[in-house]
Design a protein around this ligand. Structure first.
Ligand code: ADP
Length: 397
């Protein structure tokens, strides 16, 4: 009996042991499954967080405004690429103070003001740069937590350099125009007053004065015409009527328009443009370009000299047209500047010749509207050659 009972008890204990082990193994497997599930969820969460962070960083970096975020201790927490570009800083700036990161007392001053006032708008910052000063406008504000305590600060910087340059150009242009208009007007007024005061009774001086008045009135007319042309070109009011245009014919018309002026100098005008060449161009605008260049070549060329017009196809599917004179030429330092509005090498000479200082600016505008380029080559004392390019369609479109 006892052996049987013992056997049964052993059997029961064995069954219990096996059952217990199975239970433990199942529990272990379940725990591992849960662990894997947790790890996979955690990984997914981390990946989503990393994606979100990358998106935020990309957004932050794509902003044109420079952004700087400071923590509660005034140390850099975040900067975007625009800010690094604006201030010319590189490397990891996080954890540094503003002075360590940007090395600018003005920014530290702005941070101090913001801490005092809570917010500063339109703070003007001038940064010295290699290509001139940069003008920034900065808005800053402290960042408050849910408990109303200061947690940091955000600074947003707008680059106003281009805007300021445009504003300066506009101001300079207005000042130049006023000056250019005032000069002939005061001359006209002066001569008229002299005539009224008695010169009208002396026929020999009266005629001279009247001719001078006429010359200045003409200058005013040219100036206003050129100003209108520039304004129409710049505002896009003049749409280029691009069509097959043969430059040789256009050159012929320009030569005939300037024949009298050339004969008076005298200057010989020579058309060497091959008849078979054709450009995709607005014929009237091309005539205006050539007129200005030939008119200048006569004005600034030497009496008894010649002006030669040529054209050739270059290897970039362009027609390269040129106007060459044998006058005094243009000094190297002025060769780029003569295309600016109102820039003249010799002011008195230009005015005396009826120049407005706008002819080459108009030329440049028209050529660029044809996707072309204009430039001058000149050795002082040996004449000047103006070149410009137009789309070449001599062999068809
Ligand atoms: P302007 O009405 O004074 O002629 P432009 O814009 O046509 O104005 O030309 C600008 C300046 O470029 C002129 O004032 C002159 O000093 C210089 N210039 C232009 N063409 C020539 C040339 N062929 N030879 C010498 N100087 C020239």
């Amino acid at each position: 009996m006892w052996p049987t009972l013992t056997l049964l008890a052993l059997l029961a204990a064995g069954v219990c042991y096996v059952g217990l082990r199975r239970c433990r193994a199942e529990a272990e497997a379940e725990r591992e499954r849960q662990q894997r599930e947790f790890e996979s969820l955690y990984q997914q969460h981390e990946q989503a967080r990393a994606r979100e962070l990358a998106q935020q960083q990309a957004l932050f970096n794509s902003m044109s405004e420079g952004v700087l975020v400071l923590d509660g201790e005034g140390r850099v927490r975040l900067v975007n690429q625009a800010l690094e570009r604006l201030f010319g800083v590189t490397g990891d700036l996080r954890g540094r103070t503003v002075m360590e990161a940007l090395r600018l007392h003005q920014v530290q001053e702005l941070v101090n003001q913001t801490l005092l006032k809570g917010q500063v708008d339109d703070f003007e910052l001038e940064l010295p740069g290699l290509d001139g000063n940069r003008s920034l406008q900065v808005n800053s504000a402290v960042v408050l937590g849910a408990d109303g305590r200061q947690q940091g600060m955000i600074l947003v910087c707008h680059d106003l350099t281009r805007l300021k340059q445009l504003e300066n150009t506009r101001r300079e242009f207005v000042a130049n125009v006023s000056h250019e208009l005032r000069t002939p007007l005061s001359m006209i007024k002066g001569y008229v007053e002299t005539l009224i005061d008695g010169a009208k009774d002396k026929p020999e001086v009266a005629m001279k004065f009247l001719q001078t008045i006429e010359k200045h009135a003409d200058r005013l007319t040219y100036l206003i015409e050129d100003l209108l042309a520039i304004s129409r070109l710049e505002s896009g009011q003049i749409v280029m009527n691009l069509q097959r245009t043969e430059p040789r014919g256009v050159v012929e018309r320009v030569i005939s328009d300037l024949e009298t002026k050339a004969a008076a100098k005298p200057t010989r005008l020579v058309n060497e443009v091959p008849a078979e060449l054709a450009a995709n161009a607005d014929a009237d605008r091309l005539q205006q370009v050539l007129f200005n260049l030939v008119d200048n070549a006569i004005k600034y060329g030497r009496p008894g000299g010649s002006v030669v017009l040529r054209a050739r196809r270059n290897d970039r599917k362009q027609l390269e047209l040129s106007v060459q004179d044998d006058g005094p030429g243009i000094p190297p330092e002025a060769q780029n500047r003569i295309f600016e509005r109102f820039y003249r090498v010799d002011k008195a000479r230009s005015r005396d010749a009826g120049g407005t200082g706008l002819g080459l600016a108009i030329v440049k505008h028209i050529v660029q509207s044809h996707s072309g380029a204009v430039w001058v080559e000149s050795v002082p004392g040996q004449g000047a050659t103006f070149f410009f390019t137009l789309p070449d369609i001599s062999g068809g479109l």
